[in-house]
Design a protein around this ligand. Sequence first.
Ligand code: MRU
Length: 376
Amino acid sequence: MTDPIDRSPGDTADFADIDYARYDRIRPIRWTGDALELLDQRKLPFAVEYVRCDTSDAVADAIHALIVRGAPAIGIAAAWGTVLAARALEASDAAAAVDAIEPAMQRLNAARPTAVNLAWALARMRKALAGAVGDEGADDWRRVLEREAQAIADEDLAANRRMGELGASLIAPGSGVLTHCNTGSLATAGFGTALGVIRAGVAQGRVGRVFADETRPWMQGSRLTVWELQQDGIDATLIADAAASHLLRNGEVEWVVVGADRICANGDTANKIGTYQLAISARFHGKKFMVVAPSSTVDMQTPSGDRIEIEERDPGELLGVGGTRTVAEGVAAWNPVFDVTPADLIDAIVTEKGIVERPDTAKMREVFAPGEARDA
Ligand code: MRU
């Protein structure tokens, strides 16, 4: 067992109300200088083990297998995967590397389709490499890539802290919140998106009670979120996914706070399967619905949610629990792992660039430029 707690001194606060050393202790991604270590999220909460990746293909496999998961974390892992791919190349300069590295980057990109952060991070790495062409004397292109991967991780942590501050400001003191999936330090460079808002809200007394749903079938809520909050000493109450409407009706929750895997130009948002029904239920019961994600999750190239590719995973995830089959042999299952919440059902999209209330295309354009194409 290895220690997942980040004890680096640079990790404490620039946000006065939050003691980050207390409220942000898990690190799922560690760059050792020559390999990537990923906290194996398939084994949590009962085993805390890091998987060592020495190659970009090992990183791609780890992303596909959900060893590392969560949209920002996938992007960061892919950036480090690109660094590993660069080290394996024979290319002597950046110009030769531009084409030679592409197959490895394509394999990273193909690991999961829905979270745009993956393609976004790879596009940034490509741009950094292209920028190093012709600059051989000044710097080694492999080091340029390494610095870019570190910048992607550092910027994500800073964005999460900012979003925590912004999102928590929307929540009235003492409110109950419900969250879905895992959007915490485990899913990001640290602090989390929706879970960052909840951490900030708890620290400021705005969040009085936290509910987390199980998030079937992979159980990110019950295996990861409540464990992660427990590490920080934040009480959370676990509910079955099917209990959410009952909870929202009975008045203990004011906000549903979730992350995102892709936010389209009109505000439609893809997130973990089950998010859409939470948004419907929140609106029906007069509760608020907040999406929290860094700008790297915003995809202004995709006009609306019907254009998002929804990942479908092994139906076997639905046919058993903990490796034991619970469904009769011969039964078919369908396992889409994301859904799209229409912008109409979202009260606020919180990014580090600001809050978009009641999002639509015009409001999104005020904050986000059309942006570069992210297709690999
Ligand atoms: O399949 P996963 O576990 O990668 O899905 C994760 C989610 O849907 C999260 O809500 C999203 O990536 C935001 S994480 C900050």
